[in-house]
Design a protein around this ligand. Structure first.
Ligand SMILES: NC(=O)C1=CN([C@@H]2O[C@H](COP(=O)(O)OP(=O)(O)OC[C@H]3O[C@@H](n4cnc5c(N)ncnc54)[C@H](OP(=O)(O)O)[C@@H]3O)[C@@H](O)[C@H]2O)C=CC1
Ligand SMILES: O=C(O)CCC(=O)C(=O)O
Length: 411
């Protein structure tokens, strides 16, 4: 099943539960607009390379469209479409006034220099600047992009539109960003993991955690959870997995990664496992925080975790989701689990529009409040309707978007 088809599958399960009218379904499910652009870039060695970039604008019934920008060699239109639709349901689940979009450039972000990355970003803005904007579509970081890419993005956009920091979020704090955006997705994953552990009757101090991916999301989730007394026993990046049953010192691992070109390769305080083996460890919580599609019908029978928290987007394929749900393993779905990032992006956008600087305590407090409210709502609905957490989250999101469309006379 392709990535967008997988999201459609979850959408239809929730739409059936909601008894959503048939004629409304394509309106809600399909993207409003899909943009494919050519990005010719001069590389450092003078070669002219032509890359392909995408921006899919899925739905704007509840506000300007919002979603990250991914630089990864596997980026394609179908994946971008699936991620854009997830954004529509995600912003609705946490009830922030945005729709959903996503973008990407098919390029190996590890294989390009900083200057090449900057040129790619500026060229991408040249191609899409008329279709984005603070009231239209607001990009943010995702895999392979960060605050620096957002700073180039806003600088290039401003050449067309004048001073407009709210055109992207996830900017450096010194450059109209908000304190706490960088940690927000991982912190949100941590906050929700602790809540979910409480609901399944497990104490943080007696819980072991395996996290795949030690980038922005995975490293901040690991930090938050180890500070909350959980034992993080496994972490990983592209170089492989690192397992220590006695617990990994996350601050030390983060320092090691920083000092070794943002790679855990050779990390000495743990035994080496593969990224596949990490997923199959006997832990309380498994947190995939890298790529999508890592838990499939191939490995699902070997998954031993008691709880899965989807920090990455779409890490569990629908066939595996069905098996895990039948086995009674709760999966905190991506559209709730990793919504901390876009929630703080909303605060950043609001801050930019108010020309007022929020402080970290306020950001953290409001993030906790918004995620907790969404969590209680989704968990309670799942219990009440005897559906999975994923179906419940989609139900909350779809219901809000459908209402907005009906009220606006769009449906
Ligand atoms: N950033 C955000 O705010 C949000 C991100 N997400 C999702 O979270 C996930 C991670 O994003 P983010 O942390 O920002 O990305 P980053 O680029 O910061 O980090 C990605 C991490 O995944 C690792 N990785 C890449 N490929 C593989 C692989 N094949 N096997 C194992 N590990 C791999 C990378 O290793 P290496 O460094 O060695 O390349 C890195 O540790 C994505 O699915 C993204 O969509 C969701 C919501 C918001
Ligand atoms: O912060 C944002 O606007 C987008 C985050 C994102 O891309 C995601 O949640 O997948």
């Amino acid at each position: 099943m392709e990535a967008f088809e997988a999201v459609q599958h979850y959408f239809n399960m929730a739409a059936d539960e909601l008894e959503l009218e048939d004629d409304l379904r394509p309106l809600l499910a399909l993207p409003e607009r899909e943009i494919t652009v050519q990005i010719p870039v001069q590389m450092d060695d003078d070669r002219l390379v032509s890359l392909i970039g995408y921006r899919v604008q899925h739905n704007r019934a509840r506000g300007p469209m919002k979603g990250g920008l991914r630089y990864h060699h596997e980026v394609d239109l179908d994946e971008t479409r699936s991620l854009a639709s997830l954004m529509t349901w995600k912003t609705a689940v946490v009830n922030i006034p945005f729709g959903g979009a996503k973008g990407g450039v098919a390029v190996d972000s590890r294989a390009i220099s900083k200057r090449e990355k900057e040129r790619i970003t500026r060229k991408f803005v040249d191609e899409v600047h008329e279709l984005i904007g603070p009231d239209k579509d607001i990009p943010a970081p995702d895999m392979g992009t960060d605050h620096e890419v957002m700073a180039w993005f806003v600088n290039q956009y401003n050449k067309y539109a004048g001073f407009n920091p709210a055109v992207v979020t996830g900017k450096p704090v010194e450059h109209y960003g908000i304190p706490g955006r960088e940690e927000a997705t991982g912190r949100g994953v941590g906050i929700l993991t602790i809540k979910a552990l409480g609901r399944i009757g497990r104490k943080p101090a007696k819980s072991t955690i395996a996290i795949q991916g030690f980038g922005n999301v995975g490293s901040h989730a690991a930090k938050f959870l180890s500070e909350a007394e959980c034992k993080v026993v496994a972490i990983s990046d592209l170089s492989g997995g690192y397992y220590n049953p006695n617990g990994i010192d996350i601050l030390q691992a983060a320092r090691y990664s920083r000092e070794h070109g943002f790679s855990l390769a050779g990390y000495p305080e743990a035994e080496t496992v593969t990224n596949h083996q990490l997923l199959e460890l006997d832990v309380t919580v498994l947190i995939p925080a890298a790529l999508g599609g890592v838990i499939t019908c191939e490995n699902v029978d070997r998954i031993k975790a008691k709880l899965i928290v989807e920090a990455a987007n779409s890490p569990v394929r629908p066939d595996a989701d069905k098996v895990l749900t039948e086995r009674g393993i709760p999966i905190l779905p991506d559209i709730l689990a990793n919504a901390g990032g876009v929630t703080v992006s909303y605060f950043e956008w609001a801050q930019n529009r108010q020309f007022y600087q929020w402080n970290l305590n306020r950001v953290r407090g409001e993030l906790d409040h918004m995620l907790s409210t969404a969590f209680e709502q989704v968990w309670d609905l799942a219990v009440e309707r005897h559906v999975s957490l994923r179906t419940a989250a989609f139900m909350v999101g779809i219901d809000r978007v459908a209402r907005a469309m009906r009220l606006a006379g769009q449906a």
